[in-house]
Ligand binder design. Sequence first.
Ligand code: FPP
Ligand code: FPP
Ligand code: MG
Ligand code: MG
Length: 334
Amino acid sequence: VLNPPPGPSPFDQVKDELDMLADDVRELVDTDHPVLKLAASHFFSLASGKKFRPTIVMLMSQAVERIGEPRDEDVYERQRRLGQITEMIHTASLIHDDVLDEAETRRGSDAVHKLFSNKVAVLAGDFLLARASVLLARLGNVEVVEVMATALDALVTGEVMQAKAQPTDLESFDWYVRKSYFKTASLIACSCKSAALLSGYGQESEEVIAAEKFGYHLGLAFQIVDDLLDFTQSADLLGKPALSDLKNGHATAPILYAAEEYPEMGPLIRRRFKDKGDVQTAHKLLKQSSGLEKTRELALWHASQAVEWLSSFPDTPANQALVRLTTQVITRIK
Ligand code: FPP
Ligand code: FPP
Ligand code: MG
Ligand code: MG
């Protein structure tokens, strides 16, 4: 299923919408406070953000359109807003995440808290989130407000799970998948679901369910690939520190698979790789194991599930673009 026919880049297919997004967001984060403005707009002026989420939202919005009917421009405009809201929430969460993780770089540049201070970063994230909430309310759809508020709840739940993890949680694959859902997949799943709701489909409709399932599997595939790249790619390429998960004490899929083959990984995971040499030992055991291959297979499985859910929608250029985007998620190198 993951061998889509070649076609235009999924990003180019919604290029006009993405261009508008950048301009709009600059306007939306306009504030009298110069530092806040700088901190918040810093992110949107960087070309390096992948704008994955707004791209997915726009393509999903097109994919759920009814064949043979003219586009409802009013609906499409609100879906464009949804894409914007999603990117603003995502960016707010990254600004806060870099404070929590004490990460120095993001999107190939200094993290906001490094450029300014923790205080500015906390405020800038809150500010973006506040503006996103106003826009969300203005969509005038209570179901969508609830779904997107649930995504926010999930983001915070994921961070709290990570911060409060017990040693046994850290070794559990099930816990890892749940945390990955909360941290990453929930925002994609909820925004895909919301795109379908905005098109007028009911909560229980096949379209809304398929949109959410697609987002769920794509989001998990994305996070699992992210966890893989943390081991396989250089800091330069990622625009953020390499091996950062190990250094931050996080055991992700590659390590959990490696632990199935090398039980001596267990104590390292439980003490969050904090003893001297732990990071190196864990990395060495990982390289001897089939952890990286198995992680790739897991990402591929989720990607193929995502593509299967897309078959609920008519075979349109947008649908095909979503298939190509799913393929890109698992073949990406940064
Ligand atoms: C940065 O996002 C990283 C995260 C938010 C943590 C992991 C989450 C993702 C990688 C999930 C996104 C899922 C999909 C399917 C789009 P990013 O790598 O998208 O950062 P960017 O916006 O700076 O490119
Ligand atoms: C990146 O994960 C972080 C997230 C996907 C979510 C962060 C969420 C919060 C900080 C909760 C607050 C939420 C809002 C909306 C303000 P990561 O650290 O694994 O990825 P990284 O390698 O890209 O840093
Ligand atoms: Mg982080
Ligand atoms: Mg984090």
